[in-house]
Structures are given as C-alpha cells and as structure tokens.
Design a protein around this ligand. Structure first.
Ligand SMILES: Nc1ncnc2c1ncn2[C@@H]1O[C@H](COP(=O)(O)OP(=O)(O)OP(=O)(O)O)[C@@H](O)[C@H]1O
Ligand SMILES: [Mg+2]
Length: 479
C-alpha cells in the first residue's frame, strides 16, 4: 500500500470515528479509545510521562501549571477543544487545552503529543464534602528514541515558557499572612488581592542621586541570576528603609514592585505564632516577590536587651508610641507571638531562605537606632536607604508631579524654608494637591505650602522659647 493510500485510509477511519463516536455513550467511547491507543502503542512504541495536577503531598503542581500555560498558547491554532476563562487575577482571556483533547508539539525537529485528561472521581465518603471531583493530568507521549532529549531539553523549554506566560498574563498581587488557625489545616497561609499602586520612581520625591543609586542596584539585582550563581550566593537582596513618618518608605516599596513587576508579601509579624510558622510562610512565597515587614522596631520584642530599652526609655515621638502600642495590643494573648530574633535572622538568611530565588526582603522603620545590629548588618540588609525630609531637589519632583511646573517665582522662598525646616514629603504633597476651583491653583498651592511651613516654624519657635523659659525658671528655683 502506498503512503497516500494509507493516509487516506487513516483519514477515512478518523472521519468514521468522529461521526460514529457522537452516538456512542461516553463509557464506550472511552473504552474504544483505550483499545485503539493500546493497539497503536504496540505498533508504534511510545514513552509516556504523566503530570498530575496535584503532587503526592497535596500541593498543586508547578509543572502542571507551566504545561497548562504552555499548551494554552500552542493549542489556540491547533486543538479542537479549548477552555477559555478570565480569572480576577489575569489580564486577558486565558485559553487551555480542554480535557480529552490533544495537541502536537515540535521542538528541534522532535515531535511529541500532549494529551489532556480529565476524570471525574466519585467521592464515596472518603472525607471532605463527599462531592465528586475532577482529577486532571497531562500525558506527554514521545518516541522512546527521544526519551532523553524530551526529559531534558524539551521539558526545560516547556517549564521556562510556561513560567514566562504566567508572568505576562498575571496581575500583580499583594499578599498578607493569615492568622494561624491550627484546626483549619487547609487554610492557605497567605491571602491576596490584586495590587495596583500608581507610585513609580518618577513620582517619588527624593534626592535624584540617591534615587539613581537605588535604581541601578535594583536593575542589577534583577539581571543578576548568573552573577549570584557564580559567587555562590542565594539570589535575594535586603533593603532597610528608615526615616521619619511620611517620608515615602511605603511609597518606595510600591515603586520597587512596579519597577520590578514583583508581587508583595506584607508580613504582619505579630500574627505569626512561632518561628516554625515563619519558616512555613517563607516557603509559601513565590519567586519574583518582595517580602515586607513594616515598622520592624514595633513588631516584636525581639531581644532581652530591647525589652529593657523599651521600658527604660521615653518613646521617641507620639506617632511611633502609638504604632508600638497598637502592635503590642495585637501580640497580647491568647495567641502571643513567640517569634524570636534568631527566628527572624534565619528567615532572612538561614538555610531555608535560599529555597526560592529572585526575592527581596524589605524592613521599614522610623527608628533605625532601635534595631538590633545583627538584624540589619550588611549581607542581611544589603542596602540601607534613608528616606529623609523634603529638600529642594525632592520638592521640584513633587511640584512637577502635582502641579506640572519646573519653575516658579515662589521657588526661591520655598527653597529657603525647606533648608531651615524639617518638612516631610507627605506634608509637601498634601499642600500641593489642588483644592476647590481656584483658577490660579499653582500659585495658591505654593502659597499654602509656604503658609503651612511658616506656621509650623512659628509654633516650633514658640515651643522652644517656652521650654527655655521653664528651664531657666527651674534653674533659678534650684540655685
Ligand atoms: N518621597 C515621597 N515622594 C512622593 N510622595 C510621597 C513621598 N513621601 C510621602 N509621600 C506621600 O505621602 C503619603 C504617605 O507616605 P508613605 O506612606 O510612603 O510614608 P512612610 O514613610 O511609609 O510613613 P510611615 O513611617 O508613617 O509608615 C504617600 O501616600 C505619598 O503620597
Ligand atoms: Mg509606611
């Protein structure tokens, strides 16, 4: 028989099968398909690799997700049956190969066949809610001659492509850790919402030179996979952001996430019961993410020394005192956190911390001097970034951003006031926000800023004068 005759005979059988199978009950169809594939396999030998949706430990399989993404793009033009969905977390419609369908793929002239399989399993009182559930898997079929190539180069290619597609289609997420509730064992450790924050490095008001240094550092981190591998370091980096309230620490984190296109894991330490839980949380973070612990100085009584300091010293300012009180209330019984400094140090750079890659850890604090030096030493917190009060260069960025101006006759006066006074970028930004319908809103915003700084300056001077007077009075009484 000639090749053309064989092809037309196969075509005829396929057509016949396509027509007849529609009238057959599902289980017959399945059995016949099974016999045929066994028969074909004895004539044309195949290597099968099965990828289940869930791993043996019950966790969802990363390999399955990668294949699903990869085949989604391959199937659009080839498969007959596609699933289409748009989850809250995806940017556009996602296509996947539907259960029961198959698609051919070719890589370096080697052909493989992917089959998507979906089986409904009856759940006869085996736990859970008793409802039947779908068991999904992908089966990869290839000629045994290419076994090694398929298991090596080809599958590496599929995993890599699948991951890239996932990141392209995924919206950024903001995660927060759930309070541990031991009795609900399947509860995820992190909850998330989609994350859109408009902050970028362009809109961040800070010293341009410092900004540039941070940008260069972040870019080289992102591109540093080979470098980190070469020097034998885990691919992660720590940033300590410190400075007074309202100087842009949280805004900087948002700008970093936007720049790198990473997810944010906002870790609330006071909800973590013990070091072991901290480890679990770390394991369940994904790559390409920023793990943030805000106000680290207020989060826990991390060392005995620090406890003593807290009791013995006055609080530095009202704002921080309030933050500390709030966090302390949260750590009170019944679920008192037993996370220790060594647990936290292990979290940052212990053996477990290297279980993922491309991760950034950020601590923020208003009082860097209160932190244990071990926590912030270089290597743990690689870059210490001071977010400071607003000086003229930073003001110019905010003025451009909020009012779209590069120059104004009032700039000279504002420059002097900013040099003489500690004004947070938050206060500057607040005054630069146009209010009402004033036609000349640029001038009125700048005047409002001048007025606000001058008023604060005056009340500060009055306070100092009063303190001086009281001190002199006290001295006179004692002498
Ligand atoms: N450097 C800055 N550049 C641009 N906007 C800023 C800057 N700093 C503060 N802001 C504005 O002020 C608001 C508060 O800033 P942010 O929350 O980032 O301060 P923070 O340093 O994290 O303060 P805290 O120490 O109280 O947490 C932001 O929403 C932002 O609009
Ligand atoms: Mg903040």
């Amino acid at each position: 028989m000639k090749v053309t005759e064989l092809a037309s005979a196969i075509g005829g059988v396929m057509f016949l099968w396509g027509t007849v199978s529609q009238f057959l009950p599902m289980n017959y169809r399945y059995r016949i398909k099974n016999w045929c594939s066994k028969l074909l396999n004895s004539i044309f030998p195949r290597t099968y690799i099965i990828f289940h949706e869930f791993c043996s430990d019950g966790q969802s399989s990363e390999a399955y997700t990668c294949i699903k993404n990869y085949l989604g793009t391959k199937s659009i033009n080839k498969a007959q049956l596609l699933n289409a969905e748009k989850t809250r977390n995806s940017k556009s419609l996602e296509f996947t190969l539907a259960g029961g369908d198959e698609v051919m793929d070719e890589f370096h002239n080697v052909k493989v066949l992917w089959v998507s399989s979906e089986e409904t399993i009856k759940n006869n009182g085996g736990g859970g809610d008793g409802k039947p559930f779908e068991k999904r898997k992908f089966i990869l079929k290839a000629h045994p001659r290419y076994r090694e190539f398929v298991m090596g180069d080809y599958l590496n290619h599929v995993m890599k492509e699948g991951k890239t597609i996932e990141y392209q289609n995924k919206k950024r997420r903001l995660y927060t850790n759930n309070k541990d509730q031991g009795y609900i064992y399947w509860r995820p450790k992190w909850s998330f919402i989609n994350y859109h924050h408009p902050a970028t490095f362009d809109t961040l008001g800070m010293d341009p030179q410092k900004k540039e240094e941070i940008l260069v550092d972040l870019e080289s981190f992102k591109k540093g996979k080979d470098y980190y591998k070469k020097v034998g370091k885990a691919w992660k980096r720590g940033y300590l952001l410190y400075g007074p309230p309202g100087t842009g620490k949280s805004t900087m984190i948002a700008a970093m996430a936007n720049l790198l296109d990473y997810d944010i894991y906002d870790l609330e330490l006071t909800s973590v019961k013990e070091n072991a839980e901290l480890k679990q949380l770390l394991i369940e973070t994904s790559t390409k993410s920023i793990i943030v612990i805000e106000d680290i100085d207020c989060s826990l009584n991390l060392t005995g020394t620090r406890k003593k300091n807290e009791k013995g010293s006055e609080e530095k300012n009202d704002d921080n005192a309030e933050k500390k009180k709030k966090k302390q209330r949260e750590t009170e019984d019944p679920q008192k956190s037993k996370v220790t400094l060594s647990g936290l140090l292990n979290f940052i750079d212990g053996i477990w911390s290297a279980c993922g890659e491309e991760r950034i850890i950020i601590f923020t604090t208003n009082h860097v001097e209160d932190l244990d030096p071990a926590l912030i030493r270089r290597g743990r917190m690689d870059m210490h970034i001071e977010m400071s009060y607003c000086k003229f260069e930073a003001f110019k960025i905010l003025a451009k951003n909020y009012l779209d101006i590069d120059e104004h006759p009032l700039f000279g006066e504002i420059r002097e006031l900013l040099e003489e006074n500690d004004v947070s970028p938050c206060d500057v930004a607040e005054n630069l926000m146009p209010r009402g319908k004033s036609s000349d809103h640029v001038e009125s915003c700048l005047l409002r800023l001048i007025e606000s700084i001058t008023a604060n300056q005056k009340s500060k001077e009055e306070k100092e004068e009063k303190e001086e007077f009281l001190q002199a009075d006290q001295n006179a009484i004692t002498s």
